[in-house]
Design a protein around this ligand. Structure first.
Ligand code: SF4
Ligand code: SF4
Length: 353
């Protein structure tokens, strides 16, 4: 049923194979009687990703967002079909919402963003995908440009094994660390976890709010100043956690005053993360740059770093400019408009020290 619904790979985990993992590996949080969980993924179109990273023209952001939202719908539909079938067979089952749903019972969840069930943990333990250095999961066939789905059930299903290290798509090229505007994850330090007797590792998260600011669309400019995401934000790189916190509140406030990005897609509103408003996708660079083979990953990386920068027009539409030209256009805007996208948020902190 999942393959018919668009999945490229399916795997199974049991209560036993998910034991001993971090909080997100608990399959009983969503369904206390759960005995098993099903994992699967649906990939993005490879051609479109190259156009998205290379900012081929301003319409591509909206087309990519539509594809992204559509894959989430495909995953939900396939999960629900299996869930209903399991229920018809007399079992209990729940579909896992693939994004933006967090465990609100954990103190500080707004910062740590703990998922109700980590679809990544489920995927790596059941052999559907393996960890890349970025912390995204992927396969040799599709790299990390995939979206995961999952179902938990009290049916007892035979578990499948993790992908062996020798079969991993990740050669630790670390290109993913070079495309994150705010260096959310470390190029050298590791996170180590163990789930059901298997050991997994990926890069250490430096501060998830660094991603929240960029992937959330407040900032777009890479710390090198040479290219941007699809966001027109142009804030300087926060050097430490205090600067991240300061920038987060300032940038979110300014972002709400910007017009919504005007193209074919108007984004979505995360149901369980109050106060975020409409989310329009502008990054995902660490996920999309990785193809699963070095030559193709290098091609995507080259397309991204030569893609230029984004400037937003007053009506909300986006323009793509070469790096220096974008700087020039930005500096020619009124100070009031510039403040929607850039402010010296470090000044107050400098005055205090
Ligand atoms: S870009 Fe992909 S292959 Fe290279 S280190 Fe990152 S996750 Fe691994
Ligand atoms: S999605 Fe963008 S901002 Fe977030 S970690 Fe990846 S590259 Fe960095």
């Amino acid at each position: 049923m999942l393959y018919e619904g668009g999945a490229k790979k399916v795997g199974f985990a049991s209560l036993e194979t998910m034991t001993g993992g971090p909080t997100g590996a608990d399959i009983t949080y969503l369904l206390p009687e759960a005995q098993s969980a099903i994992s699967f993924y649906v990939p993005f179109s490879k051609d479109l990703i190259l156009k998205y990273l290379g900012k081929e023209d301003p319409s591509i952001r909206g087309v990519h967002e539509e594809e992204n939202l559509e894959i989430h719908r495909i995953i939900w539909k396939a999960s629900q079909r299996v869930k209903h079938w399991l229920i018809e067979q007399g079992y209990k089952a729940m579909s896992v919402i693939p994004n933006n749903h967090y465990r609100t019972d954990i103190p500080g969840w707004q910062v740590s963003l703990p998922p109700e069930l980590s679809l990544r943990y489920l995927a790596v333990r059941s052999g559907v995908a393996s960890f890349g250095w970025s912390g995204n999961v992927g396969t040799k066939d599709h790299g990390t440009a995939i979206i995961l789905g999952g179902i938990v059930t009290n049916a007892k299903l035979k578990s499948t094994d993790p992908i062996p290290e020798s079969e991993s798509f990740c050669d630790k090229c670390k290109i993913c660390t070079k495309v994150c505007a705010y260096q959310m994850f470390s190029p050298t330090e590791e996170t180590n976890i163990s789930i059901g007797g298997y050991h997994f590792s990926y890069s250490k998260r430096i501060n998830k709010m660094r991603c929240f600011i960029t992937c959330g669309g407040s900032n777009g400019l890479h710390s090198s100043g040479k290219f941007s995401t699809w966001s027109p934000g142009r804030y300087d790189l926060p050097e430490n956690d205090e600067e991240v916190t300061r920038l987060l509140s300032l940038a979110l406030t300014s972002q709400r005053k910007r017009p919504l990005i005007k193209d074919s897609s108007s984004g979505y509103q995360p149901a369980s993360y109050g106060g975020m408003g409409t989310v329009q996708l502008t990054c995902g660079n660490c996920q999309f740059v990785c193809v699963g083979n070095p030559k193709e990953t290098a091609k995507r990386y080259k397309a991204l770093i030569n893609s230029g920068c984004i400037i937003q027009n007053e009506d909300g539409s986006l323009e793509v400019y070469p790096t220096e030209k974008a700087k020039e256009v930005f500096e020619s805007m009124s100070i009031k408009r510039q403040h929607l996208y850039r402010k010296d948020y470090k000044r107050n902190l400098r005055n205090r020290t």
